[in-house]
Structures are given as C-alpha cells and as structure tokens.
Design a protein around this ligand. Sequence first.
Ligand code: 2HG
Ligand code: ZN
Length: 469
Amino acid sequence: MELKAKKEQLLKILQGKIPEDVTLSTVEDCAPYGGDWTRLSGNPLLVFLPKSTEQVALILKSCNDLKIPVIPSGGRTGLSGGAVVTQSEVVLNLSRMNRISPVDILGRTVRVQSGAVTEVVHEHCAKEGLFWPIDLASKGTSEVGGNLSTNAGGVRVIRYGMVRKWVSGLQIVMMNGNVIELNRGLEKNNTGYDLIQLMVGAEGTLAVITEATLKLVRLPQKEQALFFALSSLESIRKLFEKARRGPFEILAFEFFSQRCLTAVETKLNRRSKLESAGEFYVLMEIELGLGQESQVLLEQWLEEVLEADFVKDGLLAQSSVERREIWGLREGITESIALTSEVRKYDTSVAVSNTVGFLKEAEALFGSMKLGADLYVFGHFGDGSPHLNVVKQDTGDHKTFMEDCDRFEKELYPLIKKWGGSASSEHGVGLLKKSWVEMSRSPEEMALFRAIKAAFDPNHLLNPGKIFD
Ligand code: 2HG
Ligand code: ZN
C-alpha cells in the first residue's frame, strides 16, 4: 500500500478511538516534531500526542498492522539525531504524558510518566530533600523518556553515574501494542535478564517507554563551586589529581578552553570573574560536610592549590548567585557555539586517565589538517568524556566545511579507537554516529544487537535506521 493510502487507513482506524486533539496532520503542525537540537529534520507523516498508555498502545498496534514506521520522541534535545524523521515516519511524542506521582519516601523512588520534564522532576523531589541525580544543560526541556532512551549523562556522572543507574521500573509498550511492566520498581530481583537495562540506551528502537520508577538520592547538603584558570591540559590533570585527594566529594569536574569562554562571553554576554585568563578553565563542584571544620579544610586545600605552579588563578564562589554565574559559563557553551556558526559535534569517551593524552593528539591532528574551521574543546574531564566541536569559520562555505569535517573524523575515530575509547560517551548514536558504532562494538556484539531488535520489533518499524541499519 502506498504511504498516502496507509495514512488515510490509519486515520480511519483511529477515528473515534482517540480524542481528536491527539492527532496533528497538517504539514505546518507536524513540522516542529520532525527534528531535534541537531537541526536535522524531516516531515512526519502524522504526529500523535497521546495522553495515556492505552492510546500509545492503540497507535503502535495500528501502525504495526499497517507497517507504518514510528519515531518515539519527547523534548527533542538530542544531539545525535535519534528523534529525527528521515522517511516520513509517524512521530509519537510523549510530552503530554507528564504526570509525576508523590515521592515514595520509604522506597526513595518516584513514579513518573515519560513526558515529565527533567527539571520539573527535580523540583518535585526537592520538596522532600531528594534528587534524581541527572543534571544536564538541557534539563529545562529534556524529558525523562528521552533521558532513559539515550542513557543520558550530564555534569554529575563523576559522582552518580549515568541514567541507567537511577531507574528501578519501566512500563513499556511494544510495537504490537503489548503493555509490559518491567521489574515493578523492585530494588532486588534476581530472576533472569535485566530488560530495563536493555531498554535504557536503546534510543527508542525496541519499545516505547511510557512510565518509569526513578531512584532518588538525598540532595547534597552543602554544594560549593570553584573555578580555575590553567595554562595546559597537563595542568588540568594535576588539579584533578589534587581534587581526587581533596577533603570533599567531587560532584562535577568540567573543563573548557579559552575559545569556549570567549564564545560565551561574546554571544551570551556572560563574564568570568577570574582576574587572569588561561588556556583552559575548570569548574569543579563539590559536596562539603556541614560543620565549620570542612570549610576550613576546603580553604586550606584551595590555598595550597593556588600556590601550586599549575594553577594560574582560582576562586571559590561566595554565594549561590556566583555559583550560578560560573555554571552559566559552562552551560552556555553549546548555545553560544550554535549562535556562532555551523558545527559538527564529537562526543568522545576514553578512560579518565587517558583524557589528556587523547586530547593532545586530537588537538594536534586538528591543527595539522589546517581546516577552515576552529576546534572548541570542553566537557566532562572527570568522566573521560570531552566534547570536540568543530565550528566553521566565517569565511568558509558549507560544502567545504562538511568535506573538512568528514576528513577530520576519518582520522579522529581511529584515534579514539587507538586510545581504547568510544564513538559516543553520552549523546547516543542516533543517525550521526551510525557509521562509527562498529568501531566501538565487536561483530559479535553487532550480531546480538540485530537479534535483539528482531525479537522486540520483527517488522523493523520502531525508530528505523537509528543506531544501526
Ligand atoms: C554538554 O556537555 C552537552 O554540555 C552538549 O553534552 C555537548 O554541545 C555539545 O557538544
Ligand atoms: Zn556533555
């Protein structure tokens, strides 16, 4: 059957069974749902905005019967094209399913629907002094379903790990319309395969997540932010080593280059309060004990660090406003780069101890290729997860930029492999990293991927063409 006929058929099947406002069908209404933060986009065949799991099940089953491909989506803040329409698929957007249940104090969990916005979940849990420990620059827009589907990372992975550690139950809907509860929120359940962990990071290719039981921790008691200017990557490593031995728990250890800071200062009009500039900057957030003694120990530690030859300048935020200002520098990087010019993103991962070695070689490689582009380096130093953004210079044209990036990545990915790393640390594979997945996975693993996909979605209709073909 032709696509147009299938669309008519689908609308006929669903007529009277789902409320009218669940379906968007005009090109203008559907267009915003065709893309994500990569700026890639396509035209959806139709968009559904269901309000219940029953509606999700009915829509999926009907699409399965008619062999219509479906893309699950949420806040669409992804950076790998995982929710992008490529062949007029139907988009199933779960943003309206955003209910959050009361916090379960004894279990220290909260049950939410997939469309709950990350920051809203934080605010809800903070009333009980608790926290779902996923902290992302996109938290005001990203949704729990997308966080889970991409196994999101963020700025607190060094302390809490990735999203996959913070979920104990999922409700999923299969492409054939079956609704399944996975693990029922149990903390302990040693009865076979862990299907939750299979769903986390599957990028919506196996089933659609409709609800999740999220595990919570206490909010850190006293958070403090420190900001440093340093002259080299080597100096960052020295500071990190010193921090690892420091009298506190590290909550975040983020770094960025002078070029990133300049972009944030010029594009977003934010300012660093450090007196000296550096080649690189580190934003370190720590959790401190409540007593006066911890504060004294921190100040002693800071004094020693500031006297060391590897730090050019540093400060301890003196108020929550100052802390937010420092975070504003780090969190504004992606936005200010997007305002600068065209960008190609590399979300690399190496062992933490290899971060400096890998970055030095990556920078040298970029420099030696003399491209009409600039390299912006920043990210999660403490997780071995640096982001490399290649940004077109004003004088360059789009075509040359794309060719330059293709040339650069042909050398970059083998370099990542040489350092024992991965093609994606936290953004996922989506469309953009697809050709490099097999670099991070063995042929045996890829064969298992395909077998698992066939078990969940034998017709290959769910988010087709994402992760692998
Ligand atoms: C971050 O760490 C995000 O800020 C975005 O993962 C990274 O824009 C990027 O490349
Ligand atoms: Zn990141």
